[in-house]
Design a protein around this ligand. Sequence first.
Ligand code: PEP
Length: 263
Amino acid sequence: MSVSTITPWVIGNWKMNPLQADALTLVHGIKNLLETAPIAADKCHIGVAPIALALTQIRTELSSATRPVYTVAQDVSRISGTGAYTGEVSAELLQDSQIHYVLIGHSERREVFAENAEVLNAKIKYALTAGLTVIYCVGESLEQREAGQAEAVVLQQICDIAAVVDAEQWKNIVIAYEPIWAIGTGKTASPEDAQAMHAQIRQGLSQITGYGATMAILYGGSVKPENAVELAACPDINGALVGGASLNAESFHKIAHAFANTQ
Ligand code: PEP
C-alpha cells in the first residue's frame, strides 16, 4: 500500500566499522540477498556508507549488484578542490572517485568533532556545487527534547543551511532526522513522535523551497527490522539512516524491504 509518492531511501551508516574482510563479507551478503529476494530499485534507494579508506573498493564491489546500491561517503572536507590540506578529502575528489553521495551534519560529527553551522554550511555548499547528493542529518539532544525545544532545534538546523543552498539544489538534498538520544541506544522515537517531527520538518522545508513536498525525510535512531514496518507506515517517513543494524546484511535487507513495501 502506498503511503507516499516519494521513493524511500535506506542507507547504512557503517561509521568507524568494520574491518576490511568483514566489510567485504557484509557487501557480499547484501548483494546475495538482493539477488535472492530482490527489492526493485524504483521502490527504494539503497546505499551504504563505509569508512573513507574503503569507499572505492566497496563501490567496485557494489557495481556488480543486481540493482543500484549507492556508495555514500560519511564525511567531506569543508575545503573545496585540491591543495595543501593534509588529511582532507574534498567533494571534487569524491566525485573524481565516482562517489556521488555524502552524509553531512551527523550528530557524531557535530558533537565529537565540533562541527558547527559554519563548518557544515561550507561542506554543504561545496558538496552541492560539486554535484553530490547530500544526506543532511538533523536532530535534538535528550535535554533539548525534555526542555520542549526539539522542534525549534531541528527547524533551526534546517534553516541554517538555507543560506548556502541555491533554489535548484534542494532537490539534491535528503534530510535525515536523527534524535540524538535514539542513536545507538536501542531507544527509538515512537512512530507517532517521529511522524510528528517529520511533518514539522516538511512544513519548514516547504516554507524555504518549492521541493519541500517531494524531498525525502529519513528517520534514524536504532532502526531495526522489528520497528521498520511501523516507521515505514508513517506518511512523512521516507526511509531510514541505519547504524548498528546495517552491519548485518539480513537486518539491513529486511529494513529496506519494509520501506520498499510502502510503495
Ligand atoms: C546513525 O548512526 O545514524 C544511527 C542512526 O545509528 P543507530 O541505527 O545505531 O542508532
